[in-house]
Design a protein around this ligand. Structure first.
Ligand SMILES: [Fe+2]
Length: 370
């Protein structure tokens, strides 16, 4: 049986034909069960409650750091294990240095350009870049070109590259960039250091710039950046098969994939038993079903049947990433205010969805006390 044989763009295999439905463990690598059903089983007429697919435009979440340089990014989804998704709109340089001692941070740049000055040097980032700042590495960001819009993944467990082979999927020598140590503008400047822990923010006054560095004399910088366009999607000819992640935590509780355009048949109806699926549409020009606005975030919680559009829209013509979280995700009030119920056939707005206000009320700012 060809699991990828489920064609069409609007439903199953055709009017009256059975639909292939896949139930899988451990994302795409564990046990599977495949069954034919007479109906298109991802359809639902309505859903009430928290465990339902949604989509949102991240530009509709207003992060307080856009207007207030002393504020921090705003969380819009949190998982039971502490995995947190945040939005940042920073428009002015951070007036402090920031160190997250509870999580690795992966910043995905949707709009604008930012300079990251870190414990291990300076690196700039542009749209499509993932910037990884591991736990307890301090940094300060400076917008180089605005307005900026970033989605930040905070993972309590370390995130590492985890490609199938050391060559092919990512050219580590060319595509993974590390910061470069540059002379600090004023290494003796008194500096505020904000340390983020599970129970809040601690504010230090340092007598000098803690990011000032002379040289890297051992190991390599744990800070890296990689552009989504430089991650090659895997495919199994001729049907496509499942994608493969390029970064993961040791427990595999967090998996990060490219889901950019590739040669592939449409995936089958799917129940992902162990992972919530977040698909983020970075850029086109081609649409992913009903998703065609750059910055669109979609979420299908674990165990909820979904179908999903084809990824075969022409190589290089659609750029997306997929985050799988073993820990169940939930919207914060800021996320819920921007989200709309989503149908899981073509990932459009669900017919029962009431359009929310265009300007959701932001959560109170997490300020540094300045
Ligand atoms: Fe899926």
């Amino acid at each position: 049986m060809n699991l990828d044989g489920q064609g069409g763009t609007t439903g199953g295999q055709g009017e009256g034909a059975p639909n292939i439905e896949l139930w899988s463990r451990q994302g795409y690598v564990g046990d599977i069960g495949v069954i034919l059903r007479p109906n298109h089983t991802s359809d639902f007429t309505s859903a009430e409650g928290l465990h339902a697919p949604h989509r949102l435009d991240i530009a509709n979440i207003t992060a307080p750091d856009g207007a207030d340089p002393a504020a921090l990014p705003i969380p819009f989804m949190v998982a039971r294990d502490g995995l947190t998704l945040l939005i940042s709109n920073r428009q002015a340089p951070m007036p402090f240095v920031y160190r997250n001692v509870e999580a690795d941070e992966i910043h995905f740049i949707q709009k604008g350009q930012l300079k990251y000055t870190t414990d291990f040097g300076v690196i700039s980032a542009e749209p499509g870049d993932f910037v990884c700042i591991p736990r307890s590495v301090a940094y300060r960001t400076t917008p180089l070109e605005g307005p900026t819009l970033s989605l930040i993944i905070e993972s309590p467990e370390a995130v590492k590259f985890d490609t199938l082979a050391p060559f092919g999927m990512i050219n580590y020598a060319l595509s993974v960039k590390r910061p470069v140590i540059e002379p600090a503008a004023d290494p003796g400047a008194e500096t505020v250091l904000i340390v983020k822990s599970f129970d809040g923010l601690t504010r230090y006054i340092k007598p000098h710039d803690p990011l000032a560095a002379v040289a890297l004399i051992g190991g390599q910088s744990p800070v890296w950046k990689l552009n989504l366009r430089d991650v090659a999607p895997l495919t199994y000819e001729p049907g496509g098969g499942p994608p493969w992640h390029f970064a993961a935590t040791t427990s595999k509780n967090v998996l990060l994939y490219t889901l950019s355009a590739r040669t592939s048949a449409r995936p089958p109806l799917h129940h992902n038993a162990d992972y919530d699926e977040v698909i983020f549409y970075f850029d086109g020009p081609e649409a992913y079903g009903e998703v065609n606005e750059p910055g669109t975030f979609t979420w299908v919680p674990k165990g909820v049947g979904h179908h999903g559009p084809t990824e075969d829209v022409g190589l290089g013509r659609m750029w997306m990433w997929l985050l799988e979280s073993a820990s169940t995700l939930r919207f914060t009030p800021a996320g819920l205010a921007a989200a709309e119920l989503m149908e899981t056939n073509m990932y459009g707005r669900h017919p029962s969805s009431q359009k929310k206000a265009a300007s959701p009320k932001p959560e109170p700012a997490l300020t540094t006390g300045d």
